[in-house]
Design a protein around this ligand. Structure first.
Ligand SMILES: [Zn+2]
Length: 230
């Protein structure tokens, strides 16, 4: 197998696995069970595929433990993620798609377009560093733009968060947060925490909203200018 992989030479399944290992593993080892869940397939088919990917030099696989990407595997995962996130950005900004519609479309298109198309798309979009819900778009050379990652549920009453990213791929959750105006660029203030009820009350754009702690954990950003509790 040659080192320079043209898009069409790589099967869709291999690319989807490499991306899943990148997303699930977050730079560490992705376990077989987490991959099975992410890809909605059985653990035994994940094991079979990981062995195949290792034989082809994409991953380092340890039986029963999972896999990490090789340098080559990581480069390919980032190349696909770049395409995926640029396509989603384009569908939302130019074609009025909603969050629940873009992912499937991007999954199919990312395997169909050329690198030239990808770079023309990036140019037309103004070389975005993040997609509309704040996921970093890998650069052409495989770098990953920095993204503030402080979770809203870690803040104290009176703290403010400038939202940078909604760290979920769940379309209905993204739509819910969007309806609450919790979006990248927005500033959210914690007004009350009720850990015994598992909720955080926040002020967004003059409106109070109540978020469960897992949902608040999805909202990531950087600490806003400190303002004591009123
Ligand atoms: Zn997606």
């Amino acid at each position: 197998m040659n080192g320079d992989v043209p898009g069409s030479a790589l099967s869709t399944a291999i690319g989807d696995y490499l991306k899943a290992i990148w997303i699930v593993g977050q730079g560490e080892r992705a376990t077989t069970s987490a991959l099975a869940e992410h890809l909605s397939v059985s653990a035994s088919s994940v094991s079979g595929m990981l062995a195949r990917l290792q034989a082809q030099g994409w991953v380092t696989y340890e039986r029963y433990k999972g896999a990490t990407l090789t340098e080559r595997g990581a480069a390919e995962a980032l190349r696909l993620l770049r395409r995926h996130r640029l396509i989603e950005t384009f569908l939302i900004e130019y074609l009025s798609y909603t969050w629940d519609e873009v992912h499937e479309e991007a999954e199919a298109l990312e395997h169909a377009i050329s690198d030239r198309f990808t770079e023309r798309l990036a140019e037309r979009l103004g070389h975005p560093t993040h997609d509309p819900h704040g996921d970093p778009i890998p650069t052409r050379r495989g770098g990953l733009p920095r993204t503030p990652d402080l979770a809203l549920d870690e803040l104290e009453v009176g703290d403010r968060l400038r939202v940078a990213r909604l760290r979920t791929q769940d379309a209905s959750l993204l739509a819910h947060l969007d309806a609450l105006r919790i979006r990248p660029g927005q500033v959210v203030t914690v007004v009350r925490r009720t850990p015994e009820a598992g909720v955080v009350h926040v002020l967004v754009d003059g409106h109070e909203a109540v978020l469960s702690q897992p949902v608040a954990g999805v909202v990531r950003g950087a600490r806003g200018k400190g303002e004591g509790a009123a």
